[in-house]
Ligand binder design. Structure first.
Ligand SMILES: *Cc1c(COP(=O)(O)O)cnc(C)c1O
Length: 400
């Protein structure tokens, strides 16, 4: 007999470090947009593995590629050329504005690499004192020491001081604030075109155009952290396409390999050339298994009308959510693009998250009061209806 949620949770509390405030349920199976817990209860998944499962759970193309590769070669080493890794790099380069790729295993790791690359490039081309990186308030870039420092939210810093030096923070969409911080000591400005964890805050086109200009004036690189919003999440392959602003460095992770841990640091020439043999490495990065999954996932995103569906159903979802906002005054604002939406409440969102879960809908709360929706990109309008109906019921019961 398999374990139930309570048994799995009890064992977890005994053996797993207590770093997540987990819901009291264990998920054991997934298919498309449906998840099942250990009791066999079914949930509609609008958390989407936090923007990882953009093709839904266990997409056939990805599981088939994993099966095939797993019988050929799981791992060798980056001491040798790895064909799936090279092919995935080509796929990403040919479909973006970037020229070279370095593969890693998590979003934080890709961002850590971006920070190193920006510093290295500035030291090589300009001045050893040009090492400052400006990031934005409410940003999220990861949990390693450098990336949590890059994260413009104090709650992530507390308890881990002393922090690495060289990071400054500016508010989103405030060009003057950035102008007052940027200087010849700035090696890069790093930002999410749409902030995910910080509450789905969307940069304006005017702002990003201005940031790019300021970067050029100060010989600073522009880094886009597209770990969450890249790879189709916003309705285009990359979020930068919405803004007509090309970064010099871009990071990807979450959806890259359809559920297998993998990330990528991409850069334009000649920035990429600042990394020489020995400058940066990771044992697992771009290993054959992850790369095979990545090729399958990226091809599935590119080939099967998935992006177009995400854009179309995303617009439908926007209209439905704005209708919800019109019906309930507790909703202050609805923000997002494509398949990333935030519903800002005038109160904490956790109770609503729990109430939705009890009715069979999984959503997540960011920044304390923003319900965040990150469904698969290939869902139909009727799945959106189902999710919005559950939220409607929950809001009706709680606030009317
Ligand atoms: C999730 C996320 C990260 C961190 O990725 P991990 O894989 O958890 O290290 C970094 N940046 C953004 C924008 C993210 O959403």
């Amino acid at each position: 007999m398999s374990a139930n949620s309570q048994q799995i949770m009890d064992k977890g509390k005994k053996y797993v470090m207590n770093t997540y405030g987990r819901l009291p349920m264990a998920i054991v199976k997934g298919q498309g947009s449906i998840l099942w817990d250990a009791e066999g209860n079914q949930y509609l998944d609008f958390v989407g593995g936090l923007a990882v499962t953009s093709l839904g759970h266990c997409p056939e193309q990805v599981t088939a590629a994993i099966k095939e590769q797993s019988e050929k070669l799981l791992h060798c080493s980056n001491l040798y050329w790895i064909e799936p890794q090279v092919d995935l790099a080509q796929l990403l380069v040919e479909n973006s504005c970037m020229n070279k790729v370095f593969f890693a295993n998590s979003g934080a790791e890709a961002n850590e690499g971006a920070i190193k690359l920006a510093r290295k490039y500035a030291k090589e081309h300009f001045d050893p004192e040009k090492y400052e990186i400006i990031t934005l308030d409410k940003s999220f870039h990861g949990r390693t020491l450098a990336t949590l420092t890059a994260t413009g939210q104090e709650k992530f810093h507390q308890g881990f001081e002393p922090l690495p030096v060289g990071f400054k923070y500016a508010p989103l969409n405030d060009l003057q604030a950035l102008e007052s911080l940027i200087s010849d000591k700035t090696c890069a400005v790093m930002l999410e075109p749409i902030q995910g964890e910080g509450g789905v805050n969307v940069a304006t086109k005017e702002y990003l155009t201005g940031v790019k200009k300021l970067c050029q004036q100060h010989d600073a690189l522009l880094i886009f952290d597209e770990v969450q919003v890249g790879l189709g999440r916003t309705g285009t392959m990359f979020a930068y396409e919405h803004f007509d602003v090309e970064p010099d460095i871009m990071t990807l992770a979450k959806a890259l390999a359809g559920g297998v841990p993998m990330s990528a640091l991409l850069a334009k020439d000649p920035v990429a050339a600042a990394f020489k043999p020995g400058d940066h490495a990771t044992t697992f990065g771009g290993n054959p298994l992850a790369a095979a999954a990545g090729i399958a996932a990226v091809n599935a995103l590119l080939e099967d009308g998935v992006l177009e569906n995400g854009a179309k159903v995303g617009e439908y979802m926007e209209a439905k959510l704005k209708q919800l906002a019109a019906d309930f005054s507790i909703i202050e604002e609805v923000r997002g693009k494509g398949m990333i939406w935030g519903i800002q409440l005038s109160c904490s969102g956790q109770e609503i998250v729990t109430a939705c879960q009890e009715k069979g809908l999984l959503i997540n709360c960011a920044a304390g009061n923003v319900l965040r929706l990150l469904p698969a990109l290939n869902i139909s309008k009727s799945v959106v209806d189902e999710a919005v109906n559950i939220m409607y019921q929950v809001l009706l019961e709680k606030f009317n």
